[in-house]
Structure formats: C-alpha cells, structure tokens
Design a protein around this ligand. Structure first.
Ligand SMILES: [Zn+2]
Length: 260
C-alpha cells in the first residue's frame, strides 16, 4: 500500500481512538459504563449526534461550544484526539504483516492507557481498575511467549510487593497512606513487561522524580504538606521513557549506574 494512504489511515484511526479515550477519561472515574450508548452534553443533557462527534473537526465547526446551550467543550477533547493521532503517525508500520500490526496495536494501546491514567489521576487522584487490567493483559500477551515466567512473574511480584511493603511501613510509621491501590496495580502491570530489573528502575526513578517535584511544589507554596499529590503521572513518565525510547533510557541508566 502507498505510504501516504497508510499514514492518513493511521492518523484517522488515532483520532478515533482519541475520541474513545475522551469517553474513557470522562466516564470511568465517574463510574459511568462505557457501553452506555450515546454521549450527552454535560451542560444541558442534549444528545450529541454523530456529526457533532467527529474528532477535532466538530470542535472547530461548533467553535468549542455545545450547539444547544453553548456549554464550553473543554480544549482537552480535541487535544487528546490530536495527541493520539500524531502518536499513531510515528508508529505507522512501513509494511503490513502480523508482527508490524501487533506492534502497532501494542504501542497505541500502551500510549492510550498512559494518556488516560495521566489525565484521570491528575484530576481525580485515582487510577481506574479497568485501565490497569487492560494494560496488564496487553503486557502479558507481549511477553508470555518471548520471556520466561521468571522474567514477568518476578517483575510483577516486585512491582506489587515492594511498593506495598513501603506503603505499609509508611502507614505504620506515620499513619498515612502513601501510594494508592491504583498505583500499586499499575506497578504490577508494568512489572510484567519491564521484568525485575526494569520495574526496579521504574520504582526507584518515579519515587525520586516524585519526591523532587513534590518537595519543589511545597517549597514554592503551590501545594501544602497535606495535599496528596497523584503519583501515577511519575510512574507514567518513567515508564514512557522505558517503553517508547528504550535505547535512550538504557543509556541514561548506564550513566547513572556507571555500567557498560
Ligand atoms: Zn449543551
């Protein structure tokens, strides 16, 4: 197939996935089922027709407002659609084979989960189980044949048990819950794919970056000591480097640890 056609198709597909993610990001933390058929305007409850729901285009045509009550549609909607669309361009396979299609599906799935977790955790301070389960399934499928059970089993075990132990210790010491259950499940899912060493790097680095950012926010008086800071974004930040640009990440780790 011609390269241009493949890229346009991939971009359009990414936009549609982004549109679906908007529903995921809005509905999952509010416990609204994804299978509940149609979307309604949060302002006036008007049913949103399919032609008002075309990724990016509808936002431009409606000039960012509901056609009925002029409720302002958040700019996040077209931005999420465009972000996935552009990401899809980067991972578009050069030729179509079962391997290249699997890798396309893998990367767009992981990216979509990461983007949803980031936006949901920042606003609602939670990570829906459904996203962690989907992520764990995709990771499991990608390693179950190529890696030994020690790799993914130990990776997942470290991902769950180590943060759980630290959180429990923290709870015993200070009577506060450190990491949420969603963070620990996310570590577990990532452990499947990253293995024992990769997940250890993630736990160490995300805690380090999280502590650094948290301390800066407190010092700059943007938040106070008691405000819980969502931890998911830090896990996602490190995991994105590990999964999407592994060569750069490994070079950085070699610099830090001093290995060759
Ligand atoms: Zn409306």
């Amino acid at each position: 197939m011609e390269k241009g056609i493949l890229l346009s198709f991939s971009f359009a597909f990414g936009l549609c996935i982004g549109s679906f993610l908007n529903a995921v990001i809005y509905r999952l933390p509010r416990k609204i089922s994804l299978s509940k058929s149609r979307s309604h305007c949060p302002g006036c409850d008007k049913l949103i027709y399919w032609y008002e729901n075309v990724p990016v285009l509808s936002y431009i045509i409606l000039r960012g407002k509901c056609s009925e009550c002029s409720f302002k549609i958040p700019i996040q909607y077209p931005l999420v659609e465009l972000t996935v669309g552009v990401f899809a361009l980067f991972i578009t396979p050069k030729n179509i084979s079962s391997i290249s299609l699997w890798s396309y599906f893998f990367y767009i799935s992981v990216f979509s989960c990461f983007l949803s977790i980031l936006l949901i955790d920042l606003r609602h301070k939670l990570i829906p189980n459904g996203i962690n389960i989907y992520l764990a399934s995709v990771f499991f499928c990608s390693v179950v044949l190529s890696q030994s059970p020690y790799y993914w089993g130990l990776g997942a075990a470290i991902g769950v048990l180590f943060p759980l132990g630290v959180t429990y210790g923290f709870y015993l010491l200070k009577g506060q819950v450190g990491l949420g259950g969603g963070d620990i499940k996310l570590f577990g899912a990532l452990g499947l794919y990253l293995g024992p060493i990769g997940i250890s790097h993630n736990i160490f680095l995300s805690c380090f970056v999280g502590a650094l950012v948290g301390a800066s926010l407190i010092l700059l008086k943007i938040v106070d000591r008691k405000t819980p800071i969502p931890f998911g974004p830090f896990i996602i930040f490190v995991a994105s480097a590990q999964i999407f640009i592994p060569d750069h990440f490994n070079r950085l780790m070699n610099l830090i640890i001093g290995a060759h």
